[in-house]
Design a protein around this ligand. Structure first.
Ligand code: SF4
Length: 267
C-alpha cells in the first residue's frame, strides 16, 4: 500500500483515539505510533509552553525546535533560555539563511513587510517558512500548539492530520483547549510563560508584527493588524491541512502601522 495512504490511515486512527485522551496521552500515543523523529515547534506562547512542560515531564523522545526569525521580542529570547534551564532541554534554533535575509532587506528595506501583503509574505517565507521546512526535514511527526477556538479557520482542523505536502503526521494535542485552560495549566504547573501575555499580548510572534490586543478584539487580532483579514497567512500551517487563514479584526477596525498603537502598548 502506498506510504501516503498508510499515513492517512494512521492519522485517522490516531485522531479518533485522541478524542478520548487527555493532552499528555495524545503526545504519548503519537510517540508510540511513529517510529521516526517527532518535532515540536515552539514559539514560546502560552500553549507551546504548556506542551513543552508535558513533553519534558513525560520524558518523551520528541525534539524541540523554534524558528529564530531574527525579529523576536527580547522577552522571547529570555523565555527560551529560562525554558531550557527549567526543563534541562535544548531547543534547536532554525534561522533564515543569511544571504536570503540580505537579499530580502536589499529589496524591501528593513521593515518592508508593512508595505504590501506580498512583501510581508516574502519576509515570512524567508524567515519562517523555509526554516520550518529544515526543522521538519525527514521528520515523521510534527507537534504544534494550535487550538480550535483561536479562529474560525483553525476550528476546521482536527487533533491529528496527515500533512501530505510534508510527508508527516501532525498533532495538535491541545486542540480542544481554551486559552483559559492553557493559562490555568501553566499556573498550576508553575510553567514559565512570557511576561508579554500579562501586557495584553495573546499570540506572540515577531516583534514588529505583533501588538497587544485592544478591548474586545479576537485573540489573533494583534498579528499583522494592518492587513485585511482575508490576506493574513504566514504559511506555516498551509499544506495538506488546506489554506489556513487567521482571525483578525474587521478591516474597518484595523489601523495602518503608523496609526496603530505601539506593538508594546497595553490595551
Ligand atoms: S512575522 Fe513579520 S517580521 Fe516575522 S517573518 Fe513575518 S513579516 Fe517578517
Amino acid at each position: 500500500m502506498p506510504q501516503n495512504i498508510l499515513k492517512t490511515e494512521a492519522a485517522l486512527t490516531l485522531n479518533a483515539a485522541a478524542r478520548a485522551l487527555d493532552a499528555p496521552a495524545r503526545l504519548a500515543a503519537l510517540r508510540k505510533t511513529l517510529s521516526g523523529r517527532i518535532v515540536f515547534t515552539t514559539s514560546f506562547g502560552l500553549e507551546d509552553q504548556a506542551i513543552t512542560h508535558m513533553i519534558a515531564a513525560a520524558g518523551l523522545d520528541i525534539a524541540f525546535a523554534t524558528l529564530d526569525t531574527g525579529r523576536l521580542f527580547p522577552e522571547t529570547y529570555a523565555l527560551w533560555q529560562e525554558t531550557e534551564a527549567r526543563y534541562a532541554i535544548r531547543i534547536a534554533a532554525f534561522a533564515p539563511a543569511a544571504p536570503s535575509v540580505e537579499t530580502l532587506i536589499r529589496a524591501q528595506g528593513i521593515n518592508g513587510f508593512y508595505k504590501t501583503v506580498e512583501a510581508r509574505k516574502a519576509c515570512c517565507g524567508v524567515r519562517k517558512v523555509v526554516p520550518l521546512a529544515r526543522a521538519l526535514e525527514g521528520a515523521a511527526g510534527w507537534i504544534t500548539g494550535l487550538r480550535a477556538d483561536q479562529s474560525e479557520h483553525r476550528g476546521a482542523l482536527d487533533f491529528v492530520s496527515h500533512d501530505a505536502a510534508r510527508g508527516l503526521i501532525k498533532l495538535n494535542p491541545i486542540f480542544d483547549w481554551t486559552r483559559e485552560r492553557a493559562l490555568a495549566f501553566t499556573q498550576a504547573e508553575n510553567v514559565p510563560v512570557s511576561p508579554l501575555h500579562a501586557a495584553g499580548f495573546h499570540s506572540i510572534g515577531c516583534a514588529p508584527c505583533t501588538r497587544a490586543l485592544l478591548p474586545g478584539e479576537p485573540e489573533r487580532a494583534g498579528r499583522w493588524w494592518w492587513e485585511d483579514e482575508a490576506q493574513k497567512e504566514c504559511g506555516l500551517h498551509v499544506g495538506a491541512d488546506g489554506g489556513l487563514t487567521r482571525a483578525n479584526p474587521a478591516p474597518s477596525q484595523a489601523a495602518s502601522p503608523s496609526q496603530a498603537p505601539s506593538p508594546r502598548a497595553t490595551p
